[in-house]
Design a protein around this ligand. Sequence first.
Ligand SMILES: [Zn+2]
Length: 292
Amino acid sequence: MSAAALNAISVDVEDWLQSTIDPELPLTDRFHHSTRLVLEAFAKRGVKSTCFILGLAAEKAPGLVREIRAAGHEIQSHGYGHRLVYTQTPEQFRQDIDRARKLLEDLTGARITGYRAPAFSITRQNLWALDVLLETGHEYDSSIFPLRTRRYGIPDAPRHPHRARTPAGNLITELPVACYNVWGRRLPIGGGGYFRLFPYGLIRRGVRQINTESQPATIYMHPYEYDPIEFDQLDYPVPWKMRLHQGLGRRGFPGKIDRLLLDFRFGTMGEVIGSLGELPVYDYGAGGQPAA
Ligand SMILES: [Zn+2]
């Protein structure tokens, strides 16, 4: 039965202001409370997730990292400083993810094997990043968005988990975020602004389609999506256009997640990978040159 398929639910643990507005800004502490709301929502439905924690967030709130771990969630890496990968040289990227990995391993006592890039910033132009991930002990990635958006995505990338062949010829497990194939197009139903905007019925149809294809859906979210009053409380003038785009749908967000948790089976990325058989290999080709 497709309804019994195990899907992956993931949280990119970060602070909205620092991650979205400017990585130079200090982190606010709003994510402490909103992350706890997310953990409560998962606990209510008995669901374990994967938390991709930003190194800066772990440094600011080490107790929160331990709480996440104690609640049984899988902890993985969102990198250290929330710099877009395609703006970094391979060496800068290596330093960023190594720093995050060591920090999180020290805090949790567990190996860090998974990674999600800030704003899905692994594209066809910087596939070398996949090799750097393997060289630094990572075994899976969830950073390639399988459709084109304004800033990121690889439109012809597989929609389902696969082994990505890297420019150096290595293989890394890739879990793309859920996309619904409809009217000959891919709709990104797995999270973000689209998830907040789309009616729940559309998201449910998309997850159902993926499960009917005997595949897991990967959902992603952020603590700030549980914080609808953030812009009124920040000591920072958020431009109205940004408020509109970033705030839209936050109020309805927790309800949508709860319905999803009731309608489908969810677990960690690691559990989902463990539930899959041998994955097909997809060759991304040469994948561009490192940024200067
Ligand atoms: Zn992020």
